[in-house]
Design a protein around this ligand. Structure first.
Ligand code: ATP
Length: 236
């Protein structure tokens, strides 16, 4: 197995956080619907950072998305459950669904932080990260847990300061040994290149609307569920 800096760094954090303390990744998303890009990304990150568990957090009413296109949370949650059922390291949480109103990552992180204060990693794609300044209390987020930003292959080197939004730069320093950005709180932001399959939920929804196949873009169980409930079909 290739031992790279990410795994080495992971070992360091584990030592600091103490034996027996689980390394938890939180992977938030609308998952409208979940697709193989999400699953492959989560698996690559789990392996690279030696996470014990990746928890898929289904957002209820995403503040950044037009509500009209997002189907009921119970369907999205069920599809996530079906998609992850074969992976012992994956689980899902409905924590954001049990809250009334919009769901905010900061509240979710605070909830899990109480249980895993030192070994908590929030996972998101670069596309989501570039909008982080629009997130609630975004400055505060980085003092609560580590962040892992999944990047497409061939994207800029991870020491490029252009990865960080301007508003964050005063609060971070780059550590060339660790190859990571370190917050004043000592939590890190890691930029990790992954395969990043060229799949999006938008693409899946568009194909379904056009009555075209989504086979091999979503797990077979998810495809069957979508057809069973007639999800994402254009209303006549
Ligand atoms: P939409 O097309 O509706 O905007 P999406 O495919 O981006 O949806 P989300 O549920 O919004 O899916 O994404 C959840 C998280 O997964 C985000 O952090 C996003 O950046 C990341 N992500 C989305 N697509 C991929 C992919 N193909 N590979 C890895 N991560 C992805």
């Amino acid at each position: 197995m290739k031992v790279d800096n990410w795994q080495w760094e992971g070992a360091e954090i584990e030592k600091k956080s103490g034996a027996g303390n689980k390394r938890i990744g939180l992977f938030g998303g609308t998952f409208n619907p979940i697709h193989l890009g999400h699953l492959r990304g989560a698996e690559e990150i789990r392996e690279a950072f030696r996470l014990d568990e990746v928890i898929f957090i289904v957002a209820s009413i995403p503040p950044h998305k037009g509500k009209e296109k997002v189907i009921e949370a119970k369907h999205r949650l069920k599809m996530v459950s079906l998609a992850i059922s074969g992976n012992l390291h994956f689980s899902t949480s409905d924590i954001e669904l049990s809250r009334s109103g919009n769901s905010y990552s900061i509240d979710t992180i605070r909830f899990f932080r109480e249980r895993h204060p030192k070994s908590l990693f929030f996972i998101l794609g670069r596309d989501a990260f570039v909008e982080i300044e629009t997130w609630r209390e975004f400055q505060k987020l980085f003092s609560l847990c580590h962040f892992i930003v999944m990047a497409r292959p061939g994207s800029q080197k991870n020491n490029s300061s252009s990865f960080l939004p301007e508003a964050l730069k005063p609060y971070f320093r780059y550590d060339s040994q660790e190859k990571g950005w370190i917050h004043l709180s000592e939590y890190r932001i890691y930029f990790k290149e992954i395969s990043f399959l060229d799949i999006s939920s938008t693409k899946v929804r568009e194909l379904i609307e056009k009555r075209e196949s989504v086979k091999y873009l979503v797990p077979a169980e998810v495809e069957a569920y979508i057809h069973k409930y007639g999800l994402y079909q254009k209303s006549p």
